[in-house]
Design a protein around this ligand. Sequence first.
Ligand SMILES: [Zn+2]
Ligand SMILES: [Zn+2]
Length: 285
Amino acid sequence: MKIEILGSGGASITPKPLCNCNLCKNAKLKGIPESRLGPSVFIHDAGILFDTPEEISYMLNRSNITNLNACFYSHHHLDHTMGLRVFECNFDYRNSFVKPTPYDRNIDVYVPTFVRKVMESNFSIWEHLSRYQNWGLINLHTVTENEKIKLNDYIVSTIQLAQTFVSGYIVENLDKRVLVLMDELLDWIPEKLGHFNCVILPIGLFTVNPFNNERRWDEKHPLCRTEADFIEIKNIISKLDTDKVVFIHIEEVDGLDNETLKQYVEYYANERDWQVGFDTMIIEI
Ligand SMILES: [Zn+2]
Ligand SMILES: [Zn+2]
């Protein structure tokens, strides 16, 4: 199975527009791996996409992807959805001046019931997707918890997380299994999910510097209550059975460059195969 991290950034891309911090200045100079676009993961052979951040159209071109068959949404937050205009690539504007017509191709878009519920009342996301369905650009599917969606040789299943508006996904083919968690793992305790060849999940904030134990984030900071930090993520990993871990959703606001992140992760990994994700990273399993 060939997986690509299209975007390894979090709520804000790195460099963040208008920001002059050292991290952003460095990212502007060096590009990848310091620069990070919004959170998005792609399964190459099957043409399966997870989430559409604002930069998704650019990212699909950057990675030379031409087989987008299905898109699964993890949740409604804007860093995961605001690029949904990408589906307008199915309009054939050349065909008619008056009314653009859809190409004879379709993208299946899957939204779990519990994600749909929040999309219906936030940012008009469900309305927007429904409009595209009416225009014939996508096939919009609502799926239930634990439903298995069969896509050729692949099966994708949804898992509702402790933050009940969020879905994780298990992707499996004949002999490989991957767990894709795009965001929002606070309070989640994985149970009996079986063996994975790879788990992709958010890195969380490094609230503590592992080398000197100094707190980097005040315990009372609101982000420490709403987001899982790396220690919590590490506890989640300890309850999962996986050969490999790749961290994504790396926040500009945490201010850590790629080298420092690698050192921090290595410290906790203790010889296990834990890797800091970067844009265009290919994972072959
Ligand atoms: Zn996010
Ligand atoms: Zn910055």
